[in-house]
Design a protein around this ligand. Sequence first.
Ligand SMILES: C[S@@+](CC[C@H](N)C(=O)[O-])C[C@H]1O[C@@H](n2cnc3c(N)ncnc32)[C@H](O)[C@@H]1O
Length: 349
Amino acid sequence: MNIPDQPDIPYQKLQEIIENAFNGLKIFNILETSLELGIFDKLKQPVNLDNLSKKIKIDKVLSFYLVEALLKIGLIEKEGDLYKNSKLGQLYLTSDSAYSRINSMLSLKENAELWNNLNNTLQGNLKKKEESFFPKIIQVMAEDCVVGELQDTIDLISSYEDFYKYKRLLDLAGGHGMYSIAFSKINPDLECNVFDLPEVLVETRKYIKNYNAEVNTIPGNFYEDDFAGTYDIIFSSYNPGGKNPEIAKKIYNSLNLSGLFINKQYFPVNENFTLEEVLDNLEWNFTNFEKSMKGESRYSFQGDLSFEEYIKFLEDLGFDILDIHSLSHLNPSFGTFSKNKIIIAKKVR
Ligand SMILES: C[S@@+](CC[C@H](N)C(=O)[O-])C[C@H]1O[C@@H](n2cnc3c(N)ncnc32)[C@H](O)[C@@H]1O
């Protein structure tokens, strides 16, 4: 190396990557900490810096830069010397909003820890517990779906004329039960039943009560138990068994003739990954619990069929595929964005 010579490739190229990444980390931590400090709840009404700093018990200079950062990213506004939430912050980051994203945002902290200790994580040294996973994740998924995906899904399904003729629906692996709650609201004559693991249904019942809905719960394990009767519609959203042939067979056996199987599912595409998909797939593989039988790419499990194989399997069982809709949505629980499909299949024989 001849010290007066510039490097062949400008260092700026690398610096940009590092700076973007590190700024992302800083903003992520500002968001998480602001939620933990309850800043957005405190900024529902205009507050000056002095008062805010006292309320959150953080030094005034530090408070100033914290709120200025939130101001720059558009989550709060400033008028004179008063700060208050922007419309975006107010709708999604206050604890009493129906569209609150707080559980979802705070849940990312657990994943952030795995990334912050990446070397350890890659060695498989995890503290995460499988047992508490589903009861916790469904609270996040309830928040995820209610900001758009649930409404899109319900609009689509209720646009099928037969929807209002059907009498009994099963929401298989329904988790929070929000889809059943919505179905029961738009069609009070439809008996809606959420099937899920017993420990998850404890949470489901809270949602049913909160929304004052008429929805039943059926405890069970879909790998081992039957689905408690027959149904006119079996709806299933991000069911871990939603690409599995054995579960498809059980669904077929539990549907009445002319009944609908509606399966909203992510089918992995295993080529031309974007950077985001690579990161999501890496994260999916951080936690490979024995019981969960995960596959190698995000939201896939051992024994899953590919999209084409699954469709063929349904047709061979006796389904007519009425439609396949695309539904792309932000899905923070399972990666940033997923291109999902809604398969509408009718049992014809
Ligand atoms: C990704 S969540 C989907 C929740 C909801 N359907 C939605 O779309 O937001 C998967 C659901 O499958 C349930 N589940 C996983 N394994 C199950 C099993 N063996 N039997 C019954 N439910 C199961 C989980 O408890 C969880 O509620």
